[in-house]
Design a protein around this ligand. Structure first.
Ligand code: CP
Length: 310
């Protein structure tokens, strides 16, 4: 069975087969991206709307490149210079853009559930590019692609996710997909950033040594200040770095071939030290960004074919 929906909102909707379908197709697109001629004609004549109601560097750029490599017409809509500032509702905005015969919405919004809200009210495809604290499914899929590329299998893998779990949509989407694949997930962060973390059914670690040891991959997360009710979610950045940040010294208990992932943007000297972030033997941060284009091409390919019944 293949993924059959016109939207991608949550990794909860993906079976093991769906995940492999996306990753295998992404591998083909990664090969295409390494050629001089990087274009596929697949989405010629299709209009993709990058609808970003919240800031983004990697996701927005990578979806735009992915859409253009598939030969679609990709346009960027950013809320900051739109009529949402004049009081237009989200659905009115979408319906107005849709009237111009667009086909696919890539949507980022600060409200959890916004992508699903739109998906159920438009005949177009909707791809969730991050909704509040809820989910960021394409980030999780590119993380999985990067892990698979390194280890060649998901069997017997342990992944640690460290940092602001409570506010992280990246953590949620990764946890759901990794649990589907049978990957063991360990979580660690300051107590105020681990609220309700036990609901995920992952192993909760008591300190950094426990979080780091025995893991094949470690996903470091930044403090999501924009989603925290608290203006100072941690009393001292120096102490955050000491107890919850990752440095070479902190990695002494890590496996020899461990890899470090981060969705970006990284805050150097807070959750991640430069000695780790910039070491290409362990840091996969820029590979994640590279893989994001291929994974998003695969997702655009699949949801559009589902929409058209191809
Ligand atoms: N990883 C990620 O979502 O980064 P951006 O916010 O820059 O898109």
């Amino acid at each position: 069975m293949a993924y059959s929906k016109k939207d991608l909102i949550s990794t909860k909707d993906l079976t093991t087969e769906d995940i492999y379908q996306i990753l295998n197709l992404a591998k083909d697109y990664k090969n295409l991206n390494l050629q001089n001629e990087k274009k596929s004609p697949l989405l010629k004549g299709v209009t993709v709307v990058n609808s970003f109601f919240e800031n983004s560097t990697r996701t927005r750029t990578s979806f735009e490149i992915a859409a253009k490599r598939l030969s679609s017409d990709a346009i960027n809509f950013t809320a900051s210079n739109s009529s949402t500032n004049k009081g237009e509702t989200l659905i009115d905005t979408i319906k107005n853009i849709e009237s111009m015969q667009t086909d696919i919405f890539i949507m980022r919004h600060s409200s959890s559930g916004a992508a699903q809200f739109v998906a159920s009210r438009t005949p177009s495809c909707v791809i969730n590019a991050g909704d509040g604290c809820n989910e960021h499914p394409t980030q999780a899929l590119l993380d999985l692609f990067t892990i698979y590329e390194k280890f060649g299998s998901f069997n017997n893998l342990t992944v640690s996710i460290i940092g602001d779990i409570a506010h992280s949509r990246v953590a949620r989407s990764n946890i759901y997909a990794m649990q589907t694949l049978g990957i063991k997930v360990k979580l660690f962060g300051p107590p105020q950033m681990m609220q309700y973390a036990e609901v995920f059914g992952c192993e909760i670690c008591k300190d950094m040594d426990e979080a780091v040891s025995g893991s094949d991959a470690i996903i470091m997360l930044r403090i999501q200040l924009e989603r925290s009710d608290d203006e100072t979610p941690f009393p001292s950045i120096r102490e955050y770095c000491r107890y919850f940040g990752l440095s070479k010294t902190r990695m002494q208990k890590a496996k020899e071939n461990v890899i470090i992932l981060h969705p970006g943007p990284i805050n150097r000297g807070v959750e991640l030290n430069s000695d780790v972030a910039d070491d290409p033997r362990i840091s996969t941060i820029l590979s994640q960004v590279e893989n994001g284009v291929a994974v998003r091409m695969a997702i655009l390919d699949i949801v559009y074919k589902n929409l058209k019944g191809l």
